[in-house]
Write a protein that binds this ligand. Structure first.
Ligand SMILES: [Zn+2]
Length: 444
């Protein structure tokens, strides 16, 4: 028989679950290629993000949010399915007959849009790059999937995307709705429109003269001075996007949606700006690529700063709980709503990322404060202590730190077991594995 105290606790728990499912609108703003540490609210010195800096005070800002991959296709598919790349299957490349092929989302993996649509949500999206084509599975479940293929030379600007997003919302705000706004502007080439063009690059006019306007989108030189210019041009795109996101949120406010919606802003990945000797993205899993901004409005306390590490695979369980919808079994993420409501702590969960480089897997796994990066192109295993070394310059394995190899091996085991389970196979642990996982606190 249940004790009275336990019954009361269960009743309170039910009430909490109901409170956490307001079935209001759900909006996710995904900004392509946006590094968290190039925003003022994450400590950046340039004034790239006045709108988001102010909006941060109205919501919850996560300091340690991680994407599941360092390029668009696998990462966005994870955001919209709540699964790891090897489970959803999108974003693996093969060359056949001289042509590059990329795998798409597996048919049997449902998208958030599908799941919400089943519960009566209207679903819409604006998306802006070839790797978000409906051919890769992104359109599945959306009533409207307003997509264009941006090229490096030409793309639909954030201003037009915001206009189209607000127009869709105007036509669909009778029902609870789910909307995804994907903006592509901070992706190369860097050529922000006026008045943002020149905001940070103008100081380089002496050096580049009249070529300045076009150079921002072209500079590829390896010299440090050119790198500074390249970064300034990237920052101008961020400032432009910040302004447009602010305009979108103004639009939500004017329509009375802002106060009733769950709104999540994040990025699919960051951008290497020579941090580990490279530029661009997709080739490694360092923090400049997988650590992303994450802001949540509508849940939690205004101005809250959350330091618990989380993964973008958590977004789907969060949205489903908000909608009062059933969660498919086996999703690796954990809803943020309970912790943000203060009813439970952020549980320790697997945070992982994976990409394929030269036909070989590169993987990262984080068990705070440690982060493992594993793959043939990194010479096996690298281990970093993110508490002390968030920039990942001290590989503890290479430095011969006494416990590094053991920690790295433990993290690799965690990742291997998680991935096996996620791929739908029955996993029977052998006794040694059970013992290791128990020692780590992952099984009782
Ligand atoms: Zn991207």
């Amino acid at each position: 028989m249940l004790s009275v105290a336990l019954m009361l606790a269960l009743a309170a728990c039910d009430a909490d679950v109901a409170d956490l499912a307001p079935r209001g609108p759900i909006i996710v703003i995904a900004i392509d290629t946006l590094r968290a540490d190039h925003l003022g609210l994450y400590g950046y010195e340039r004034d790239t993000s006045p709108r988001l800096d102010a909006l941060g005070a109205e919501g919850v800002v996560f300091d340690h949010a991680f994407a599941t991959a360092s390029w668009t296709l696998p990462s966005m598919t994870s955001l919209l399915t709540g699964t790891w790349p090897r489970e959803h299957g999108a974003g693996y490349a093969r060359s056949r007959g001289g042509r590059r092929r990329f795998s798409r989302l597996r048919e049997e993996v449902p998208t958030l849009a599908q799941l919400l649509k089943e519960t009566g949500y209207a679903t819409g999206a604006v998306a802006n790059v070839g790797f978000m084509s409906p051919r890769f599975g992104f359109g599945r479940g959306f009533d409207t999937y307003d997509w264009v293929s941006s090229t490096d030379e030409e793309s639909r600007r954030a201003a037009e995307s915001v206009d189209r997003a607000l127009a869709w919302i105007d036509a669909n705000d009778d029902d609870p709705f789910f909307f995804m706004l994907h903006l592509f502007d901070p992706h190369r080439h860097f050529d922000a429109p006026p008045p943002f063009r020149g905001k940070f690059t103008e100081v380089y006019r002496d050096r580049y003269g009249d070529t300045l306007a076009t150079l921002a989108s072209r500079v590829e030189a390896e010299q440090q001075s050119d790198l500074d210019f390249h970064i300034a041009a990237y920052d101008e795109e961020i400032a432009y996007t910040d302004d447009q996101v602010g305009r979108f949120i103004d639009g939500l406010r004017e329509r009375g949606i802002w106060d009733e919606a769950l709104v999540v802003l994040t990025a699919d990945h960051g951008e290497s700006l020579h941090d580990h000797g490279e530029r661009g993205h997709g080739g490694t899993l360092y923090n400049e690529l997988i650590r992303v901004p994450l802001m949540v409005w509508g849940a939690g306390s205004a101005g809250e700063r959350e330091r618990a590490p989380v993964s973008l695979v958590d977004f789907v369980p969060t949205a489903l709980q908000w909608a009062g919808a059933d969660e498919p079994s086996g999703l690796p993420g954990v809803s943020w709503l309970g912790p943000l409501a203060g009813t439970e702590p952020f549980s320790e969960r697997l945070i992982a990322a994976e990409i394929e480089v030269n036909d070989a897997d590169v993987q990262a796994v984080i068990r705070w404060p440690y982060k493992l990066i594993a793959g043939p192109d990194v010479g096996g295993l690298m281990l970093f202590d993110l508490q002390r070394d968030f920039a990942e310059v001290m590989d503890l394995v290479a430095l011969g730190e006494p416990t590094a190899q053991q920690t790295a091996t433990e993290l690799q085991l965690l990742l291997r077991n998680a991935r096996r389970g996620l791929r739908g196979e029955e996993v029977e642990l052998d006794p040694a594995e059970v013992e290791e996982l128990r020692a780590l606190g992952y099984i009782q």
